[in-house]
Unconditional design. Structure first.
Ligand SMILES: [Zn+2]
Length: 247
């Protein structure tokens, strides 16, 4: 590899290869990083289904409590009615008797109204139970879906991690073929920009699109020197120079 480090064209080849490996590594890393985020977003939908179920259960509880109140009211009215019926036997005058009959009639009507409300409340309760059942079904569905998604996501994650390990190995290999001083430049620029080696197209750095000086352009064309962009410090190369056979 020492001979590679001495040959500027080989150095540039290796730098281009390193740039490519680092780009692929960044892609693989962002896929790895995305998995927990995507899973968290997915788990939100089953959390939503859970809280909807809880809201339905609370509603049903309210319906049941209301039914209980109506039933207690009915029981009160029934005992008042039987008391009034008992009073009927001890009526002393005709007037008292007809007043009691009228009162009993009124109480019966009121009791009938409460019974109707109880029947209505039973219907409301049935609807509430239906809501809870639907919410339970939606939650089960959301959990099922999440589980399937999680299995897929975890297996994809394993794939990305494998790819990352492969790229790490390749990266070590490429770096060993590059002069340590050149690597220092590369690493510093990579840290600043997220890439460190770019093409020069015509007179332009493809990293920052500033124009090269004629001198830098000539040095690049000679293929014998490491040239960095004066504006962004990225290492520059010309594909046409790399492809040309060594002179
Ligand atoms: Zn530049």
């Amino acid at each position: 590899m020492a001979s590679d480090a001495d040959d500027p064209r080989q150095q540039t080849f290796q730098l281009v290869a390193l740039g490519e490996v680092d780009r692929q590594r960044a892609d693989a890393q962002s896929l790895v990083d995305a998995v927990p985020r995507v899973l968290a977003a997915r788990s939100r939908s089953s959390k939503d289904a859970q809280s909807q179920l809880e809201a339905c259960q609370d509603k049903l509880k309210g319906f049941k409590a209301h039914l209980k109140t109506l039933e207690l009211d009915l029981a009160d009215r029934e005992s008042a009615l039987s008391k009034a019926n008992g009073n009927l036997l001890s009526a002393k005058t005709n007037q008292e008797y007809s007043l009691l009959v009228a009162e009993i009639g009124r109480k019966r009507e009121e009791k009938g109204a409460v019974e109707e409300r109880i029947l209505e409340q039973f219907e409301v309760l049935k609807q509430g139970e239906e809501l809870v059942r639907n919410a339970q079904a939606r939650l089960a569905e959301a959990l099922e879906e999440y589980k399937a998604f999680e299995v897929r996501a975890r297996s994809e994650l394993a794939g990305h991690q494998q790819e990352l390990a492969r790229l790490d190995e390749r990266r070590d290999q490429v770096r060993r073929a590059i002069d340590p001083e050149v690597l220092k430049i590369y690493d510093r620029v990579y840290k600043a920009h997220g890439d460190a080696i770019v093409r020069a197209e015509g007179n332009t750095c493809q990293g920052c699109f500033s124009t090269l000086t004629p001198n830098d352009r000539n040095r690049l064309l000679s293929g014998r020197q490491l040239v960095v962009c004066r504006a962004c410090q990225r290492i520059l190369y010309m594909p046409e120079v790399l492809q040309a056979s060594p002179s």
